[in-house]
Design a binder for this molecule. Sequence first.
Ligand code: ATP
Length: 191
Amino acid sequence: MRIGLYGGTFDPVHLGHLLVAQAALEELGLDRLFFIPATLSPFKPGSQPTESNIRARLLRLALTGHTNCEVSDVELQRGGISYTIDTVRDFARRFPGASLFWLIGADHVAALPQWRDADQLAQLVHFVVIPRPGEPITSSPPRFQLHPLQGWPIKVSASEIRARAAAHRSIRHLVPAAVADAIERDHLYGA
Ligand code: ATP
């Protein structure tokens, strides 16, 4: 069993995230891929994300009909700052013997050795680096074996979606149609 774990704030989920998922499923031959929204990201100190039930609902809408992709609320249930090692230990217990692949943006690679319990983390998961336009893929830090994903890097970001929604500009084609509908209908992100 090959399991992908894709952590993030997903505030909101957008097409960049979904293209990462498709690339990971195909290139890594994953059996299942879990999108794992964080309660609070250790990488975004001081920023208060949108209520977790809204982010999770938009993720579920985005993944409807996507075979092999699902939302895990393990970090939302745990609350507080979402440390990757806690989540990985949880999946390692749930799926003994499975190969676990943790997807990270190229922007996070250099700081990997500073992640909580980095040594154990490096033993429990294979790290897969997501390409992102403007983010060079740096070499693996010591003790980490990184697997680069090819994918289809696009420049869309959640902050850009939030800014566009707040300015009443279109977010169509940047997020799945069902997510755009929900954001407009419920006036999320100031839309
Ligand atoms: P924000 O703009 O709010 O910082 P984001 O768009 O970067 O958010 P996150 O939820 O932080 O979204 O992303 C989760 C993971 O997906 C991170 O590892 C991030 O690097 C990666 N990611 C986000 N957008 C893209 C994209 N367009 N292409 C490739 N990877 C992406």
